[in-house]
Ligand binder design. Structure first.
Ligand SMILES: [Zn+2]
Length: 271
């Protein structure tokens, strides 16, 4: 089974604009491999032989969390192959209600993007939001490291995650982009023993070439999960990079593709 833990889609009516805005914010450094819609992601999964995808959302202002949740509620019945994580803005005064509502809808995780949401990940003011999410047994998924759209922001830096994880060690935490977008030497020093999960979106291509990345993987192979960041990477290319790898064992491939993420979320039978 292949589970892609990191994908994005947008409501049909705004998908084109949303994809265009992200590309423009990165000064055209990104390319989109789907058009950002539900249909296009499902088609990409079929081509790549991905069974399930987790769709991550981001509330970029305090009012958005509940609206995103309404959209997710409408989307859930459309396919059992997409699993949605909600989002709440840390400055949303109703964050507790939004998080409880997520839990009531059966969501299993919540995504934060410190740069887009304008908060340092280790800020103590945000702790009640994390605590509420964990109390509701949600997986917390973070963007981590450098982001092309906001290159000067350090809110999701490896150092800040190290501070945060001192206080939340052992919780169900996933850090996207290998915990720090190619800063493997720092990640291994500061996060290597924190028992957090790392997705490989945007960094899979370069991992083989970096000895710190290989070392981090060797020490944490039970904590690495497959995520493409579709539409910004091609699912099929990512699947093939792992499938055709001659350095990964069969067992390591299986851990990456599904076994590790299954420790964090419950998968209903897929047929
Ligand atoms: Zn992403």
């Amino acid at each position: 089974m292949i589970i892609d833990a990191h994908t994005h889609i947008y409501p049909e009516s705004i998908a084109k604009k949303a994809v265009g805005t992200v590309i423009a914010n990165t000064k055209d450094q990104l390319k989109a491999y789907t058009d950002g819609t539900f249909d296009s992601l499902i088609a990409s999964m079929d081509v790549a032989e991905v069974d399930l995808s987790i769709v991550l959302t981001v509330a970029t202002n305090p009012e958005q969390g509940i609206g995103i949740l309404q959209w997710i509620k409408k989307m859930i019945p459309l396919s059992h192959r997409l699993i949605y994580f909600g989002s709440v803005h840390p400055h949303d005064r109703n964050f507790r209600d939004v998080i409880r509502e997520m839990k009531k809808c059966g969501l299993q995780g919540i995504k934060f993007h410190p740069a887009y949401q304008n908060f340092p990940v280790d800020s103590k003011e945000t702790y009640p939001v994390y605590e509420e999410a964990l109390r509701n047994d949600l997986v917390i998924y973070f963007h981590s490291g450098f982001d092309m759209s906001l290159p000067d922001c350090d809110y999701a830096s490896v150092e800040r995650f190290a501070n945060f994880l001192e206080d939340f060690k052992g919780s169900k935490i996933i850090l996207a982009h290998g915990g720090g977008y190619r800063e493997w030497d720092k990640v291994i020093d500061l996060l290597g023993d924190k028992k957090c999960y790392f997705d490989i979106a945007f960094v899979l291509e370069s991992m083989k070439l970096c000895k710190h990345a290989r070392e981090l993987f060797r020490q944490n192979e039970d904590y690495f999960i497959f995520g493409s960041d579709s539409p910004w990477r091609e699912q099929k290319q990512y699947v093939e990079l792992i499938r055709n790898s001659d350095t990964l064992s069969q067992e390591q491939k299986e851990k990456l593709f599904c076994r590790n993420i299954k420790k964090l979320i419950t998968i209903k039978d897929v047929d």
